[in-house]
Design a protein around this ligand. Sequence first.
Ligand code: PBG
Length: 342
Amino acid sequence: MRIDPSRPLQMAEVPTPENVRPRRLRHHPLVRELVRETELSARDLILPLFVRPGHGVRNEISSMPGNYQLSVDTLVEEVGQAVDLGVRGFILFGIPSFKDATGSSALEDEGIVQQALRALRAAYRDSVLLITDECLCEYTDHGHCGPLGEYGGRTDVDNDATLPLLAEQCVSHARAGADMVAPSGMMDGMVAAIRRGLDDDGFTWLPIMSYAAKYASGFYGPFRDAAESPPQFGDRSGYQMDPGNSNEALREVALDLAEGADIIMVKPALAYLDIVRRVKDRFGVPVAAYNVSGEFAMVKAAAAKGWIDERRVTLEILTSIKRAGADMILTYSARDVARWLK
Ligand code: PBG
């Protein structure tokens, strides 16, 4: 059957392989490259790093092979090696020297993340982008993301008491050299409180990457080993989102944008690619996706068993996250990927 281009197509005469052959674009490897819609680059990636007190510390996190709890000195080395591979963005998590009910060690000038920021800034100046995770769960003795209160007989995080603490944490990190802050506590009003705090301190230029749609997820398991931050009772369902919800994610994103968020994060990534796509389509703002610890650990474990090809699957997963609409990806694979793409 031949198609007459001057005539509209009828259903009965849909093109046949005689004239339309999608495989023509797949035959030559260089044509495949020309028509590729999504390309992964080391520039898209942000590497999470864990810093703790001490000297010469390099504790491998057993559930996250190749990732370590580092002291400030070994962190500086680690960042240097990642930069050599082509990684430019880093997000820092702190394991403090003490924990208490309000997470006060998060706010100290000599806090662990503050020390790390100053050391990295001195070592690498503007050649690295330093982002800080802003949350209190690593710093509270109960492991929840802010001080607690009693609400209708249930213990939960005191939202409004947490806001000024988050603002103070962000200002302290900004003063120590952070380029961007990333609040992850899912508190109502956190972006507005942080924006006001930063602006009042002169950091009007400093962007906020908000964990706007963060789900209460089983995929955070290995991270909680790494950051020593599991909740000591209950779970985070009182502040993180229900995995079944999608419209609610759009409401959360709209609120955070209205409050001044510059980049919107969806987390986890892989089980929430539909959310990444909806957020990108609806708002058209820069979107980050967090390829979280459990997603990383699953690939590592299956690869260690020889059940999957780690490199191929990792690149496929990260490409799919970009294809879904993410502009940037936080991933523990950043070093490996940068090496593979070189
Ligand atoms: C802290 C925070 C968590 C993660 C990032 N920031 C843990 C949590 O919410 O329990 C998880 C990251 C990962 O699993 O890789 N609020």
